[in-house]
Design a protein around this ligand. Structure first.
Ligand SMILES: NC(=O)c1ccc[n+]([C@@H]2O[C@H](COP(=O)([O-])OP(=O)(O)OC[C@H]3O[C@@H](n4cnc5c(N)ncnc54)[C@H](O)[C@@H]3O)[C@@H](O)[C@H]2O)c1
Ligand SMILES: N[C@@H](CCC=O)C(=O)O
Length: 550
């Protein structure tokens, strides 16, 4: 393809951007019927073969791996081809060649690709991508709608708006005879995006956001989300994304990453996943620093140990229901999931009673049965890890399990929603990210509300999300103040999950990430390198300053 030197005769204004309207999938609704058809169609094609995509070419390698349906692990959703070193080499070379083409697309053209992709997803591909997310990643209908439809559409549309606003941000002063300008250059080199299994939207955003800003990207999807991520890429291609802008390279994470991080042209990491892996990559990038042409940007959103604190002035019924949603939706596999809760002594009996009552209404099972509030956890290792925590709690003298059920992996990886009461606020159940449907609660004395706020902030290494439930304004003021650094997303009388793009920019600090806020201007700034241009219109006729005169 030749270089599209396309002058734009105008400064264009992006169409008005709003959040995608959620569909509700109630019985007999049109959307429920369409989703059911998409599920049937997709299942009839299993296992779907997924190639690598490098420079627009689909590559089928001898080495493949399977992505399983976590609701029914004998059911293979996809067989995906794995990248080898020669593919990574080609992907880097091809991306760097494409760079000079893509970065010459105007912002209008780059935005148009993503806005069109959002419209394709809102209509033509909505149910297909939801079906892939349900069957491949174990989300029920509601969770799939939130993620694979609404959130990804919002990421693409709002990022386009933010990008246009960033471009408009220009120096506020010009001296006489001078025009100062700021250019938002894409990074020199390529961006490496590594995405997690748990959000199809994050899969689409990690390579999408840097690409929108004019970068070329190598994208390594999670092995447990390859199918949905592949469909995301097809949508972007249909929307006009040129070949080579996003190279799709599933495969062995460590080998692929080691090779990529040794390239002198590595310019940025856009990562979402566990804290452990992110720290490892951060160190590796540091160790390789002399190799790189520029200092790489490192953007990482990682784990959480998110809290709910209930003040004795809270609306108890609402706090209980928000806690059920926050802790157990998508089986607690949101980085934002509530996994520790602090309840005042005066509300303890009623809170526990209500919590158990609501817990008994939770249905767990295959995501194809729309009645189920919870589906499976993602894979066998996750099942074993979470079950290990529950087994441990059942033997721990400081713990009591007040609600649970049978862990059953005979067909799918099903873990019951589990509520543990602990006497030890620093026990592993209050400190470690379990990433499953396990909520641990701790009783505090009403008079110790302030001390409990300090305890929450000091308990663990994470600071992603948290929620305070209270009607007493003084308690809200105190909580907001004392928990300032305990969560990057802080909610008052709402659950710890469910950030919406354009409304609650998302991310945490401390061990939870670099807090660059997915779905915001800030995240996009990380993928540009500003150039200041000063143009002088007045010729200099004398170099001596008045102060040099005697
Ligand atoms: N803060 C956020 O915004 C956010 C959002 C979603 C998920 N998460 C976190 O992600 C985790 C769950 O997702 P997951 O199970 O996919 O995480 P994970 O860390 O197992 O995997 C994330 C990605 O890293 C890759 N990876 C694994 N080992 C690697 C290595 N040695 N080198 C390079 N890449 C490697 C994986 O293949 C995957 O693509 C949780 O900790 C959760 O809190 C955080
Ligand atoms: N942004 C999502 C969480 C993403 C992490 O898994 C939320 O706010 O619940």
């Amino acid at each position: 393809m030749s270089l599209p030197i396309a002058p734009t005769f105008g400064t264009f204004k992006i169409p008005e951007i709003n959040n995608e309207l959620m569909k509700n999938y109630s019985p007999n609704s049109e959307e429920r019927a369409k989703l059911q058809t998409a599920l049937n169609e997709l299942k009839s094609q299993f296992p779907i073969e997924i190639p690598l995509l490098i420079n627009g070419k689909e590559i089928r390698n001898k080495k493949t791996s399977d992505q399983k349906n976590p609701s029914d692990h004998k059911n293979i959703v996809a067989k995906y081809h794995e990248a080898e070193p020669s593919h990574i080499e080609d992907a880097i070379k091809g991306a760097l060649e494409t760079k000079s083409i893509w970065e010459n697309y105007s912002i209008k053209d780059r935005c148009s690709v993503f806005l069109k992709a959002a419209d394709l997803l809102s209509g033509k591909y909505r149910y297909k991508l939801m079906a892939a997310t349900m069957l491949g990643q174990g989300k029920n209908v509601w969770q799939a709608e939130i993620d694979a439809a609404a959130e990804l559409i919002d990421f693409w549309r709002f990022n386009a708006k933010f990008a246009c606003e960033i471009y408009q941000e220009q120096p506020i002063k010009n001296s006489a005879g001078v025009w100062n300008r700021i250019e938002y250059r894409p990074l020199e080199g390529f961006v490496y995006a590594i995405s997690p299994f748990n959000f199809t939207a994050i899969g689409g955003n990690l390579p999408g956001a840097p690409a929108l800003m004019g970068n070329v990207v190598l994208w390594k999807p999670s092995p447990f989300a390859v199918l949905s991520n592949w469909i995301v890429l097809q949508i972007l291609r249909e929307a006009g994304l040129p070949d080579g802008v996003i190279q799709f390279i599933p495969g062995p994470a460590e080998e692929i990453t080691n090779q990529i991080l040794k390239s002198p042209s590595f310019a940025a990491l856009h990562y979402t996943g566990s804290t452990f892996v992110f720290k490892k990559l951060f160190k590796e990038i540091g160790n390789n620093i002399d190799i790189y042409k520029s200092y790489p940007r490192i953007v990482g959103e990682t784990g959480g140990k998110n809290f709910h604190i209930i003040h004795n002035s809270a609306d108890l019924n609402s706090a209980v229901r928000q806690t059920i949603r926050g802790a157990f939706e998508y089986q607690g596999q949101k980085c934002s999931a509530c996994s520790r809760a602090y309840i005042p002594e005066s509300l303890w009996e009623r809170f526990c009673l209500e919590l158990r009552k609501e817990h008994s209404r939770i249905k767990v099972g295959s995501v194809e049965d729309f009645e189920n509030f919870m589906g499976p956890v993602i894979h066998a290792a996750s099942f074993a890890k979470i079950k290990g925590y529950i087994d441990h709690a059942s033997e721990d003298s400081e713990c009591e399990i007040i609600a649970s059920g049978e862990c059953d992996d005979s067909k799918g990886y099903f873990i019951p929603p589990t509520i543990i009461v602990t006497k030890n606020p620093k026990s592993k159940f209050m400190v470690e990210e379990i990433f499953g449907p396990v909520l641990t609660i701790y009783k505090y004395k009403d008079d110790d509300f302030e001390k409990t706020l300090d305890l929450i902030s000091e308990t663990c290494a994470y600071a992603l999300t948290g929620a305070l439930f209270a009607s007493d304004r003084a308690a809200i003021v105190l909580g907001e103040h004392k928990l300032r650094n305990a969560a990057g997303n802080f909610y008052v009388n709402d659950k710890s999950t469910g950030a919406v793009v354009g409304q609650q920019p998302f991310g945490g600090s401390r061990g939870s990430g670099t807090n660059d806020k997915a779905g915001s201007h800030t995240a996009l700034y990380r993928f540009v390198s500003m150039r200041t241009i000063k143009e002088n219109f007045i010729n200099l006729e004398e170099f001596i300053y008045p102060s040099n005169l005697v």
